[in-house]
Ligand binder design. Structure first.
Ligand code: AMP
Length: 398
């Protein structure tokens, strides 16, 4: 039996999952939060025969090394035994691979230096990912560690899609171009869509709408990313929980000159105080839809702006792909929000897109069709599974 441990390390959190790869089943998963704060929280869930038992604990967790000790303790106390299911590889999510990393990569000292070097492009993510890798190497010194990059799937973008129309030399020197993110999810979901539709991946034109707290769209042509809505950083594109998405860059210059906002304030404004939160005071789509339905004008506008932007990308990706076979919703909002799915694609019948309201409202959880039988374009909901994709890719390189 081959087990894979998947690690997603944030600045103050550690998410993990242990998978058994013959049947691709989850053995256990957990989340350690508030690392470095006075009171940390630990959640460890053990899966067996379709059931999941969850154990919670509150304890201080000083740093990422301590988090790994807490994780190993949780396995010892609650199972499954790591001695009986030793991971053959540890797979790590790394957000920014820049132009260097297009493939899952076995971690060496040089790879770590390169991940560190890319930190200026992802200051919130890459250093935290690296802390997780270093701590994991100490905890599991005898197995290979593999980095799987969020940007990698978008390495197939053509220069026309990834180049910003600014001074070419300045851009090159400072690595300014579009990279795209959520690649692990876009890859998993576009491949799952082809399998679900029983169509060859190489023939399929798909638009994947990954709508979570962060959100991005991806135009996938024959299994390859052709365009995606996030750019140099995960700020560009769709309206998100707290991020603005697309904006006239002159807005920044104007706010700097007129309102005296400095760069750190602008950074906070666009990344943390914009999007649904900025427009309505609510960052969770459930709350926004509920407030909009009970007559809150700000929430209603936030939802309209979100949907308008989404439709704008769907239309533009149909053009980029030269037609579309399948549109796929995934992640927290995409998998759960009947209202967002229905309204985002309403009025597109002339483009061959017809949603079936009953199918859309079905409480089913797995991969499913929500378009009508006579819709030329298949509209699907496919739950994303980034951990499984990281596990598959990690196993593939050792
Ligand atoms: P993710 O980043 O994929 O975990 O998605 C998290 C987001 O999904 C939350 O912030 C919510 O906005 C959204 N979400 C989760 N459940 C629902 C739901 N039932 N209806 C609408 N949005 C939801």
């Amino acid at each position: 039996m081959s087990a894979v441990l998947v690690i997603n390390s944030g600045s103050s959190s550690l998410k993990y999952q242990l998978l058994e790869m013959e049947g691709e089943t989850v053995l256990a998963n957990g989340l350690i939060e508030r690392i470095g704060e006075q009171a940390g929280s630990v959640k460890h869930s053990v899966s067996a025969e379709g059931d999941e038992e969850t154990f919670r604990n509150e304890e201080p967790v000083a740093d990422h090394s301590a988090a790994f000790r807490v994780m190993i303790d949780a396995f010892e106390q609650h199972g499954p035994s790591l001695a009986e299911n030793p991971p053959v590889v540890v797979g790590h999510r790394v957000v920014h691979g820049g132009k260097r990393f297009f493939e899952p990569t076995v971690v060496t000292d040089l790879v770590k230096i390169n991940i560190e070097d890319l930190s200026d492009l992802a200051p919130l993510h890459n250093p935290a990912n690296l802390d997780g890798i270093t701590a994991a190497q100490k905890a599991f010194p005898d197995v290979p560690h593999v980095a799987v990059f969020d940007t990698a799937f978008h390495s197939t973008l053509a220069p026309s899609a990834y180049t910003y129309a600014i001074d070419a030399e300045l851009a090159e020197k400072n690595r300014v171009r579009r990279y795209g993110f959520h690649g692990t999810s876009h890859k998993f979901v576009s491949e799952a869509a082809a399998a679900f539709l029983q169509r060859p991946l190489g023939e399929l034109k798909t638009i994947v709408l990954h709508l979570g707290n962060g959100a991005s769209a991806c135009a996938v042509d024959g299994g390859r990313s052709k365009d995606t809505s996030m750019g140099l950083t995960p700020l560009e594109g769709l309206v998100m929980g707290t991020r603005s998405g697309d904006l006239d860059p002159a807005v920044l210059i104007h706010l700097h000159r007129k309102a005296g906002l400095g760069f750190d304030e602008l950074d906070t404004l666009l990344n943390r105080r914009s999007g649904l939160v900025g427009l309505s005071g609510r960052g969770d789509m459930r709350d926004v839809v509920e407030a909009a339905e009970s007559g809150d004008d700000a929430a209603a506008l936030a939802l309209e702006v979100y949907l308008h932007r989404l439709k704008h990308y769907v239309g533009s990706y149909i053009a980029v792909l030269g037609g579309v076979d399948a549109i796929v919703f995934t992640a927290g909002v995409g998998e759960n929000s009947v209202a967002v799915r229905g309204r985002a694609l309403a009025g597109l019948e002339r483009l061959g897109i017809r949603i079936d309201p009953e199918r859309n409202a079905s409480p089913e959880r797995g991969p499913r069709v929500i378009s009508t039988d006579d819709s030329a374009v298949a509209v699907l909901v496919i739950p994303t599974n980034e951990e499984l994709e990281i596990a598959r890719q990690s196993l593939s390189v050792i």
